[in-house]
Structure formats: C-alpha cells, structure tokens
Design a protein around this ligand. Sequence first.
Ligand code: FAD
Length: 474
Amino acid sequence: TTHLVWLRNDLRITDNKALHAACSDPEARVLAVFIATPQQWRQHEMAPRQAALIHASLRAVQQALAQKGIALHCHAGTDFAASIDWLADYCRREQVDALFYNRQYELNERRRDARLEQQLNGRVRCHGFDDSLLLPPGSVQTGGGEMYKVYTPFRNAFIHRLTESDLNCLPAPKTRAGGALPVPEAPAAFDYPTADIGDGYPAGEEGALQRLRAFCREQVQDYLRQRDLPALAGTSSLSPYLAIGVLSPRQCFNRLRAECPQLLEDRESGAFAWLNELIWREFYRHLLVAYPELCRHRPFIAWTDKVRWCDDAAKLQAWQRGETGYPIVDAAMRQLNATGWMHNRLRMISASFLVKDLLIDWRAGERYFMSQLLDGDLAANNGGWQWAASTGTDAAPYFRIFNPTTQGERFDPQGTFIRKWLPELADVPDNDIHHPHRWAEKQPCVLNYPLPIVDHKQARLETLAAFEAAKRGE
Ligand code: FAD
C-alpha cells in the first residue's frame, strides 16, 4: 500500500493529523509532496516574506521527514488547476492508494480539493482532516443550527464544546521500517519575488515550540496588562508560524493549559485572554466556511457596499509608506513595511485610519496588508479589516471612529514605539510626540516629517455622512 501526504498549510511533523493518519499503518510506503503555486500566490497577493518563510519551513520539514524515513518531494507548480493535474498524474505514477491532507477553508482551496477528488474518481481514497483549528467549522452553532454572527456567544459555546473534545496533540510519526533517509537536497527556490525575513523567525517547528513554551511560562500572566502596548513585546508573535502551520492551535492550547491548569475557570487571567485571541482566530475561520462570499471580499453587511469610497492614490500611498503625519499610524506602517509583522492594536488603528479618516475602501488596505504580512491569513485579515471598517460580523459600529491621536496617547504614552520607527521625531518631547508639529512650530528647526494629510475632526464628519448616505441607500 502506498500512502501520500499532501502538505499545504501544515508545515510540521508533530501534531499533524494527515501525516499521523498516513503513517498509522506501519507496512505502508509513505510519500509526501508539497506543491508550490506561485501564480496562485500572486493572485492571493501573498507577501514575498511569507513565501520565504514557507520555503525555509519546507526545508526544515523535509529534513525532519527524512529522519523518519519519509521523502518529501517539492514540486514547482503554477496554480491550483495545474496542481491537481500534476497530483493525479503523480498518484498514478507512484501507484498511490490513499491521499491524506489537512483541510484548508478558503474558497479556491476547497474547490481545488473537491475537483481533485472528482478527478481521482475513487481510484485513490482521499482523507481530509480538520487540523488547523481547535474545533472544526460548523461544529459550533446556535440552537437553530446556524453560525454565530456575534463573537461572545460563539466563544461561550466554543468553550463548552472545547471541554467535550479530544484536543490531545499527536506525536511525530515513528521512523519507518526502512530507517532514516540521507539528508535531501534543499527544495528549489520558488518562482516568486524573494525577501529577507531577518532572524526573528527561525525556520522549523522546534523554534516555534520553544517560543510557545517561553511565552506560556514567562509572559502569559502579564498578557492582559501588556497586550495593548506596542512598545513592549507583550504578545506571543507566533502568528507567522500559526498562519502556515509550523505550529498547531492544539499545541498552543495544550501548552497553555499545562502552564495554567485553571485556564477555563479563571476568566480574568492573562491565560484566558490569550485563549480568547486563539478563539477569535477560530471565529473568523468558521465564518469563512459559513459565508464563503467573505473569500471574495464581499462585506458581511451588504449596505456598506454602497459607501462612496474616496479613490485617492496619493493618500493611499502616504498611508502605505507611513507618511500620513499621524505618528502612531506612520510608526505602525513602517513596522509593517520593515518586518512584515504589526502589533494587533496598531493593525486596528492603522486600518481604522485608512477607512475612517481617509475614506478609502477597506479592500485596498486588506490587499496591502496581505502583500506585506509574514502572518498573512485570509480569514484573520479579512475579519480584522471588516471589523475595523464596520462592514463585518460583530464589527465596530460605523459611528465609533478611533481618534488616531488619542489612541497613540493611550497606547504609546511616552512615544517609545513611535520613536523607534520614526527617528525623525527623536527630539520631540513626550508631551508633544503625538502632535509633533505643535512643538516644531515653536522651534528654530524644521521637522522632517509630513503635516497631517487630513484633519481628523473633519474627516470623521465626512465618513459619518458617507456611511449614513449608504445606509439610507443613497
Ligand atoms: P497574540 O496576541 O499572541 O495571539 C495569539 C494568536 O491568536 C495569534 O498568533 C493569532 O494566530 C491569533 N489571533 C490573535 N488576535 C487575533 C485576531 N484579532 N483575529 C484572529 N486571530 C487572532 N492575524 C493573522 O494571523 N493574520 C493576518 O493576516 C491578520 N490580519 C489582521 C488585520 C487587521 C486589520 C487586524 C485588526 C488584525 C489582523 N490579525 C491577523 C489579527 C492579529 O492582529 C494578529 O493575529 C496578531 O497581532 C498576531 O500577533 P501575536 O502572534 O503576537 O498575537
């Protein structure tokens, strides 16, 4: 018997359901493949940084699998349509009896898998697993059998189900009978723009697990107090690993519970607050399956599609470059551009600024984030943008508009974060760091920093009017 594991967004060997199932028969010959789909990635605007992290992680998985006696073949494909043709052919050549994969929940990915099953037409048994979530989509529903549209009741029902579910992690597969394989040659470079990801995210699951352990042991207690302050490293920074499956949410949950056994009882704890973020991740993924239109970037609240967005390329570019004249927004965008990661509070502030201060279509921001993020993830990114734009499920109501200056004052009071990313403001005293031109006017020097590109008060009124007109159907 030949079993084939198709690795996609699950680049690890521990706690990998598809891999574990494929290896459960000790007699079976087990093969693994990964198919690069650069054309599809371009369509999905995947950040070159994320592609680079995938490549490095793939190398690590390939080595780990070789030690277990499993060869990982990395195929340089193009798009999803071509991948299924290639895979069907590969199954024929290698006389594969059963194919194992972990499900992906985005629309194009689900269609690809359905077409593949059709094409294989029963010649190869297909086994799909719900692996990238704590609980499978559709398993947490209202009494009426529907997906929750509001987060808190979803979370409560989710926790209830959690206590009834088997969430134990699966071990890495045992070494196959033939023993370890020689160290394989590294996968060829992807046909995709390259990017330097620095040394913040060492490749391989061991590095991710170490960070997870350290965070749950040493930092999670302070999460509630520190998570909103971008100047501190108060969050786990695990999102790039979770996004491509170097780490599983079960590993996160089990490690957290091992360090904090009272996790589900003590709802005021940092540990519970962290679990809550993991559940937001689940919420957005469950939504994608319940409302596939979200994958096409349709707003959840239909009338918001009538908002007359402002099509201003210069303003969009100023936002992208971190040159809006609002220090907290600019520092956030420069962090994103330089590292591919942005603190959650800042994602909320900068997204809100694009939509509510510049009145630019949230989809332009969603795309730009995706093109830069190391942790780019359709569900979380779309969910975050629709939340900030007031177009999504349980989103911020449209009339609640962040004031970027007071947000900065609240969450970066001394401007520590701002100064790190905007060295041109290094000399501005703490009191004036959130409105540096007020200080600069009294100085003999000229500040090399743009004036605010919009007046927040005025912009707020215009945005309210635009949303209200759309709501009236005008
Ligand atoms: P922690 O605070 O340590 O949280 C642990 C994990 O929980 C994260 O790694 C992440 O997997 C998950 N998580 C945390 N917050 C959220 C959330 N609000 N929604 C969904 N999952 C969450 N997250 C992504 O992983 N990819 C994205 O493309 C993405 N785009 C976003 C866009 C906007 C506009 C907003 C407001 C949020 C976005 N987020 C996205 C969610 C969140 O900002 C990041 O997950 C978080 O900042 C990652 O840092 P961390 O790993 O230190 O998080």
